[in-house]
Design a protein around this ligand. Sequence first.
Ligand code: UDP
Length: 246
Amino acid sequence: MQLLGIRIDNFNLEEALNKIREFLHDARQHYIVLPYADFLVQAQKDADFKRILNEADLSLSDGVGPVLASYILGGEKLKTRVMGVDLIWALFEKFGAEHSFFLFGGQEGVAQEMAQNIWQKAPEVKISGLLNGFVSDEKTIDEINDKKPEIVLVALGAPKQEKWIYDNLKKMPSVKLAIGVGGAFDFISGRTRRAPNFIQKIGIEWLWRLFIKPNQWRKTWRSVIVFSIMIFKEFFSKRKKIKNNF
Ligand code: UDP
């Protein structure tokens, strides 16, 4: 389905994992994007970002915003969101022993702490390498080509990570799948505490994030206020079009 000009695939976690299994067994390279409200706002003013999101092999709603918007706007409704952190854990569980991962992004030490946490829970997961998100592209690509992972998780924040994947995927021939995962490393490493379950369930982690990281206000403003205004504008313009057709 399309939301504000961005394609979002109406998949739940299980359907996404089935698709990913296909990706890992065909001959092409693939990338996945995990848009939430802020992506849709940013993409309106960034044509490259919009094109990259729309050309992704799989686009899953990471946030509750696009799901609610699909209900408000009528037409096809998104059945659920697929949170990045949940997708990553499911990937480790399903494919971690068979396919190798590379963790790229976050501050110095975050990917190491994440790997330790993963190995504590699932020692069988193959992590062939890791690198923080503040090294040069050249060094990163050399390191990935040296370690030859099949799946690369890229945590540089949006739209940087999606653009990085789009520009560099072809330069890393071992990689079958790249995923832009935003702040997920900060959560899996334990550096940032995840919101309590009930807050996640009712879809207000954005309020929690603002509370624990007050410098996120710009992103929160875009995700909550600007996104809502855009959706209501779209709602009224759709209604007007329907009225005019009668
Ligand atoms: N980051 C990075 N390199 C950069 C910029 C950001 O590795 O040049 C990391 C940053 O440390 C953080 C993540 O990218 O771990 C961005 O997280 P954020 O929560 O802002 O992303 P979102 O999930 O909102 O896209």
